[in-house]
Design a protein around this ligand. Structure first.
Ligand code: SF4
Length: 393
């Protein structure tokens, strides 16, 4: 028998059948799965820390009312606590119950949300209240999977409501939690989606304690907001410091990985500020698209002449036109370059067609306006509308 060379044996890989260890486990001697040091007592350490150092007196805490918890969860998405607090109180004094919210006109809801941004949240909030009234007899469902099927509620928010209100033991995954997990477990890659987010969810499920899920979830959010902050984590006061991979490796600045940069596209919009007798013409935006359902300034179609278009569209007589300073407004996926054009008019009757409103400047505060539109009108109001005197036609 001739000699033959045996192919070198490859180290066993997952592709060869070895199962991938769960995210909370590594391989010990002999390839045995062992719990990572970072996972040992993770929940217990956070719960202990929270009892002494966490936040306990935010307006939406110390209640198990799902309406209040849900409202705060939606408002806190992408928004700081300090910004949310006054909106939360105003909202509750106008709509003290889910039934009150469901029976209100959506315009009233949008007006109260005005300035908080991400307006789809307000439309979904209203739609969700109506769904709970219509399909669940006005009672918030208790099962996280059913809660997650309601308008505007994702997995993390559903778990949060189920945990805080109904005693479920279900993990959450907001920006604070992602930051803490990525650093404590040394997880690379952008955590905002795809495989990394999936891995974080799997890890969060494994770390979830069997009891005190509400304290644990709050503790993670508080640690992320108060200690494990994005730019200056206070590792010396952190209950996870002795096992934290980012701290040990000096990698807190690089974890979690930032979103891959992409060029933000720019769009341009000319907004017409039609003025008459201390009032401004506003129209309700279509439900779909930016500022959906809010009152806004009419947008000039690209390539149109402002005076001609306004005359035709609003059956008004143009008295004076003057440009106001251009500025940029950032949306999540693009930047909008806004060029306001001030137009003094003598209005015609057509300007009162449905969806159009002449709003008095002293009623600006209570109107549901997008932030940049409010900015234009408030600066105009404050300046006494002087730019209009500069160019007559
Ligand atoms: S030790 Fe530092 S980096 Fe690690 S979890 Fe705590 S605060 Fe965050």
């Amino acid at each position: 028998m001739g000699r033959h060379k045996e192919a070198p044996s490859k180290p066993r890989s997952r592709a060869s059948g070895e199962p991938k260890p769960p995210p909370s486990q590594g391989r010990g001697p002999g390839g045995k799965a062992v719990l990572l040091p970072q996972a040992r007592g993770f929940a217990a350490r956070l719960i202990r820390w929270h009892k002494r150092h966490g936040r306990h007196d935010m307006p939406w805490q110390n209640t198990r009312d799902p309406y209040r918890v849900w409202l705060s969860e939606i408002m806190l998405q992408q928004t700081q606590v300090a910004t949310v607090v006054p909106y939360y109180h105003r909202f509750l004094s106008s709509f003290p119950t889910l039934a009150a919210l469901a029976s209100a006109p959506v315009e009233e809801v949008m007006a109260l949300w005005s300035g908080l941004g991400y307006y789809a949240r307000a439309r979904n909030l209203h739609a969700c209240a109506r769904t709970v009234m219509a399909d669940h007899g006005g009672e918030f469902p208790r099962d996280p999977f059913v809660i997650a099927s309601l308008p505007g509620i994702g997995r993390s928010t559903a778990n949060s409501i189920a945990t805080f209100c109904f005693g479920a033991q279900a993990p959450i995954m907001d920006g604070n939690v992602k930051r803490v997990l990525c650093r404590a477990f040394g997880i690379d890659g952008f955590p905002g989606g795809g495989a990394v987010e999936k891995r974080l969810w799997a890890l969060a499920e494994e770390l979830m304690p069997k009891r005190d899920g509400d304290i644990y979830n709050q503790a993670q959010m508080d640690l992320g907001a108060m200690v494990c902050t994005r730019s200056k984590p206070r590792c010396d006061t952190c209950p996870l410091a002795d096992t934290c991979i980012a701290k040990a490796g000096g990698r807190t600045a690089e974890l979690p990985a930032r979103k891959p940069r992409k060029v933000v596209p720019q769009r341009d919009a000319t907004l017409l500020v039609l003025l008459h007798d201390n009032r401004v013409l506003l129209e309700t935006r279509p439900a779909a698209g930016i500022w959906g359902g809010l009152l806004s300034l009419p947008e000039l179609p690209a390539g149109s002449d402002a005076a001609e278009w306004a005359t035709r569209r609003f059956a008004c007589r143009i008295l004076a036109v003057s440009p106001a300073p251009t500025f940029d407004h950032a949306f999540s996926h693009f930047r909008l370059r806004i060029s306001p054009l001030l137009i003094k008019v003598e209005p015609g009757l057509a300007a009162m067609e449905p969806g159009l409103t002449w709003l008095a400047f002293d009623k600006l505060e209570s109107a549901g306006l997008p932030a940049p539109v409010r900015r234009i009108l408030e600066s105009l109001y404050a300046s006494g509308n002087k730019p209009l005197d500069s160019r007559k036609r």
